[in-house]
Design a binder for this molecule. Structure first.
Ligand code: GLU
Length: 304
């Protein structure tokens, strides 16, 4: 077996010396308060061994990474009927872009851009009895950790300033692609984005996508049919309009969020999460991307 701890330590030391790191997200006021110096990397092999370096036990706002959990839940509930309301193509545009939505009659390009995740939030509102409770319990179950929760302050902060998401939701509503009230759908969406998790918890939760639908306790949550499709969407749409660059440099399916987290996986082998708040111009964690590039270069473990 490779010396994973040594590899993570080396990456950490190298990245701590990097000077230009990008900027912490400021458009959600609460996120602007994050300390830009955090850096954590957590790796878990499918066989169960874990390796950690840096700030892997500090929870952060997972933001768009939550879109993978909501997609998984909606796919569980609706099966392939989901694809009548959302596409599976990369958008080639920023996560909050709207002109394509208008051109394509309110059918979002994919479930990982904001408009797509808002449609998924609508589906969960229609199908879950107690939407927020049921959703957080799903995330807790995948992680095997009951301490995971929403951050009300961050959800409220985004609600106050989320004009772009309001615009997308009203556009979706005007095209008939939202069943519920815009306010209710966005309340759910802002809450899902506010979920706090640390790198270790995120890594554990994503084992379900690397292990053919089985979580860390080997319980089956998703069929391979679904896992295959969710991983394909992560590979092609998981990094805003930088998914090509991520596949090119890192070579793994994954998802990032504007809280500075990234989680990526090699099916049947491992899940790895990174956290460093400053983002590059495309909205992905600057050091997180570098860490993952170094990891797949050093270990030669990529899907390609
Ligand atoms: N809640 C954020 C938004 O909707 C999520 C953005 C992200 O992490 O990509 O703008």
């Amino acid at each position: 077996m490779q010396d994973y701890q040594h590899i993570l330590n080396e990456i950490y030391t190298t990245l701590k010396k990097v000077k230009t790191k990008g900027e912490v997200a400021r458009y959600i006021p609460e996120l602007a308060k994050m300390n830009p110096d955090h850096l954590g990397i957590h790796l878990r092999l499918i066989t169960g061994e874990s390796f950690s370096t840096g700030d892997t036990n500090i929870p952060f706002s997972i933001q768009s990474i939550s879109k993978v959990f909501s997609l998984a839940k909606a796919f569980q509930l609706m099966g392939n009927k989901l694809w009548k309301r959302i596409g599976v193509e990369p958008s080639g545009n920023p996560f909050n872009h709207m002109s394509l939505l208008e051109q394509e009659n309110g059918i979002p390009r994919n479930p990982l851009i904001n408009s797509g995740a808002i449609v998924i939030a609508d589906i969960l509102l229609s199908h879950l009895k107690n939407p927020k409770d049921d959703f957080i319990n799903f995330v807790r179950e995948l992680t095997h950790d009951d301490t995971i929760d929403f951050n009300e302050t961050i959800a409220l902060s985004e609600k106050r300033t989320g004009y772009n998401n309001y615009a997308a939701a009203y556009l979706l509503k005007s095209f008939g692609n939202l069943e519920n009230d815009v306010e209710d759908v966005l309340d759910f969406y802002f809450h899902q984005c506010s979920i706090m998790m640390n790198c270790a918890q995120l890594t554990n939760a994503f084992v379900v996508f690397a292990n053919r639908g089985r979580c860390i306790h080997n319980k089956k949550h998703l069929s391979l049919h679904k896992v295959k499709r969710i991983n394909a969407i992560m590979l092609t749409c998981g990094f805003y309009d930088e998914a090509g660059e991520f596949a090119f440099e890192v070579g793994l399916p994954g998802k990032s969020g504007v809280g500075g987290g990234i989680v990526a996986l090699l099916p049947h082998y491992y899940v790895i999460s990174t956290w460093s708040p400053p983002l590059n111009k495309k909205g992905n964690s600057y050091l997180g991307m570098k860490a993952l590039e170094l990891f797949t270069e050093k270990t030669e473990l990529t899907i390609f």
